[in-house]
Design a protein around this ligand. Sequence first.
Ligand code: 5AD
Ligand code: SF4
Length: 441
Amino acid sequence: MTEKSKTFYLETFGCQMNAHDSEKVVGTLEQQGYAQVHVEEEADLILYNTCSIRDKAEQKVFNRLNDYKKLHKQGKRFGVLGCVAQQEGERIFDRAPYVSLVSGSASYRKLPEMIARLEAGETRITGLDDRKTEETFETEFTARTNPYRGYITIIEGCDKFCAYCVVPYTRGKERSRTSTSVLMEARRMADSGYSEIQLLGQNVNSYRDPEGKRSFAELLAAIGELEGIRRVRFTTSHPRDFTRDIVAAIDSVPELCDHVHLPVQSGSSGVLQRMNREYTREQYLERVSWVRAAKRSISMTTDIIVGFPGETADDFIETMDLLAEVQYDAVFAFKYSPRPNTPSIHMPDSIPDEEKSRRLQSLLERQREIQRINYSLQIGKTYEAAVEGHNQQRSQVIGRTTQNKTLNFTASSTILPAPGSYVAVRITAAFPNSLVGIAVS
Ligand code: 5AD
Ligand code: SF4
């Protein structure tokens, strides 16, 4: 790498935490004098921020590394960041010897130092702090990709140890930022034109202010009350730590969005116990009843794993029944995938893949029907849409409701409302995954 042309390419896989980590990595690299490019061939340094939540996600990363390994001969350097890096550690150097840097997210605060070592010619640099670190990765150099909607990480890591999940091993111990620092970042964002903030954490509602000043619900409310902020979202909530004061905060602060993502994983208490989720079906449904009792209509979405070891046909029926009972607005469903280091790797993965696929398919079909009916009940109502972009071909505006539903609409004048603006829209048609409308303001 020459001093003059310090360029990097960064590709991100996985969840919103990873997407936001990448924004911080980009900001950090730019601070080190690097310029971002968007094709591998033009970069001196090629970075992949990886995901290992399921085997497929992990395979994607190794395929990508393999596709581009020829670029190593042209002097380009490779780095693997994120969850696969933390999980596989130095084994990555064996599997992909052209990689020079391997770092998990718990070591990103050391990136400037690791990059300096890379520039000095070292070829086996690791940042694998694992569960040792107590620190969070905070930087003022976050390169946010959207000028209106932005993420803030309030809690990193995870201490829950669900039987199937790699996160406690890839993202380290649970550690919260102070609410003072979070509010400062939110205020800075509001001052520079952001109107929507999404608070992030693997278990966002396990948040504990190290200064003891604010509960999670109080932090939500404080951000909603900042001048200029119109929408506050948070993800992902763990049912065990989901408290009534969160619903009360949504009810009393209009800026808090009408949406709770509350992963249930299974509708069977037996499966939940083996998953080490620390709640029963009944306790989950009690939390749902709190949300449903709110003054505002709060949309609920969830994650489900089908085919967890030992899931019987009856267990699966309980999950199917839960869909009808809760009436989710979206369900993200996955086939169980055994992951290295996790407790469930020792439970026989006895359900054949075809059966997992069949369960997944019937679950998605049932949910599609639920959504088709519920979304069609929205026709005739008026919602506020946050404008995200334009669909040039159909001169449609792409928007999102506070319930996090996609709402595509026709503008009331030939000048389309700008991204970042808010428009009242009357719903005229509905699909299972989106609404269509016409602007009324
Ligand atoms: N297999 C399948 N799905 C998983 N998830 C997490 N770990 C696994 C696994 N080993 C799903 C959960 C989680 C979502 C982000 O991914 O549903 O909520
Ligand atoms: Fe994937 Fe989980 Fe890591 Fe996010 S935290 S990138 S979902 S393994």
